[in-house]
Design a protein around this ligand. Structure first.
Ligand code: H2U
Ligand code: ZN
Length: 351
């Protein structure tokens, strides 16, 4: 067996049927780039110019209700539209297009302009879990909707346009590429083994826990063996369920708790509001049974070595294969070692 910590190697991602190149020897190379911390983000609890704050008017002219907890609305600049003629286009077998329909919704996580998930009380995150679940149920029940994608882009680095804590929910007629690939892989695995791919994966990880970050009674967060982004994580329920509506009350509480634990660690890594893209992968909503589907969340943060230095997916990554330097085990170890209390709360307590 080769040494994971020294030798360049490839790791296989069984969910997406693809590889990542790992170059652990490179994390030892000297770094002379920038190291500075950005300005601390001081945000008011309410911003009269924010499109998402309670009682404010959005660009569409619609007025937000004076909501006290969460608020969901149809995106005023939706990428998908519900109505449409339908139809397909084909030319020479090589040019193909088809009409796509769906809905784009925006979910404000909190009435407070200044509170991101790691700063919110667990009871409020639990309410967000309930809203996600209700949205999945309602949107998925629409016969024209076959897939619901719940996600969050956090931070300006991820292209997020507004600091008010919010996520998005896109639902559509087609199952998009990445969940479709995960669906195929999980189906093939289940047909062969009679257990979900991610249950068996979790059982392997549980033997050593070297890639575990945090865990509770119902959920585990780990840096997947095949992680691409430096501090990428996978959030897994211990019990295999295909979607959020199948979670018990205890598992919903567990999800809120594990999201809180993980995002606090993330903020503590560089003592900033940590940017990422995150979201759920769940079964398609075409009405078929999906016993092979194991609901999970991916967190994909871009930062590499400081609050300002991000991992670029460029040259080799764009043309050949995903690549990383720091190993999944090293990333997990760093995240595990971070305090469980948010750095802002710790600073406030110390004063
Ligand atoms: P992001 O910043 O994560 O892209 O999400 C903000 C979304 O909110 C964005 O998709 C929508 C934008 O279209 N939005 C509205 O629907 N109405 C507004 O008045 C402002 C922003
Ligand atoms: Zn706001």
């Amino acid at each position: 067996m080769f040494d994971f910590t020294e030798q360049p190697h490839r790791r296989f991602n069984p969910l997406l049927d693809e590889w990542v190149l790992v170059s652990p020897h490179r994390s030892k190379r000297p770094w002379q780039g920038q190291q500075e911390k950005p300005q601390p983000d001081e945000r008011p609890t309410y911003d009269p110019t924010c499109y998402l704050c309670p009682g404010n008017t959005r660009t569409s002219g619609d007025v937000n209700p004076k909501y006290a907890h969460q608020f969901v609305f149809d995106n005023d600049f939706a990428a998908l539209l519900p109505a449409g003629e339908g139809g397909t286009y084909e030319e020479g077998g090589l040019l193909r297009a088809e009409a796509e329909t769906g809905h784009c919704r925006v979910i404000c996580f909190s009435a407070r302009h200044d509170l991101t998930l790691p700063e919110m009380p667990r009871s409020e995150i639990r309410r967000v879990v309930d809203v996600w679940t209700d949205e999945f149920r309602t949107l998925g029940a629409d016969p024209t909707i076959n897939y619901v994608q719940i996600f969050e882009n956090k931070g300006f680095m991820m292209g997020c346009s507004n600091p008010h804590p919010h996520g998005q929910i896109w639902s559509e007629r087609t199952v998009p590429d990445l969940p479709a690939r995960e669906s195929r892989a999980q189906k093939a695995y289940f047909a062969q083994h009679g257990r979900t791919l991610l249950s068996d994966y979790l059982a392997i990880e549980e033997k050593t826990k070297t890639r575990f970050v945090v865990e509770n009674e119902t959920w585990v967060v780990l840096v997947p063996f095949w992680a691409v982004w430096p501090f990428e994580t996978l959030v897994l329920p211990r019990r295999a369920v295909p979607d959020l509506t199948q979670l018990t009350e205890q598992e919903r509480d567990g999800l809120a708790d594990i999201i809180s634990q993980l995002t606090i660690k993330y903020d503590n890594l560089f003592e900033i509001s940590f940017p990422y893209s995150a979201g759920f992968h769940q079964r398609p909503t075409d009405g078929a049974d999906y016993p092979e589907w194991h609901l999970h969340m991916h967190f994909m943060p871009p930062l590499l070595r400081s609050a300002t230095v991000k991992k670029f997916m460029v040259g080799y990554e764009l043309l050949a294969n995903a690549q990383r330097d720091i190993t999944a085990e090293q990333a997990a170890e760093r995240l595990r070692a971070l305090p469980a209390v948010h750095y802002k709360a710790a600073t406030a307590a110390a004063k």
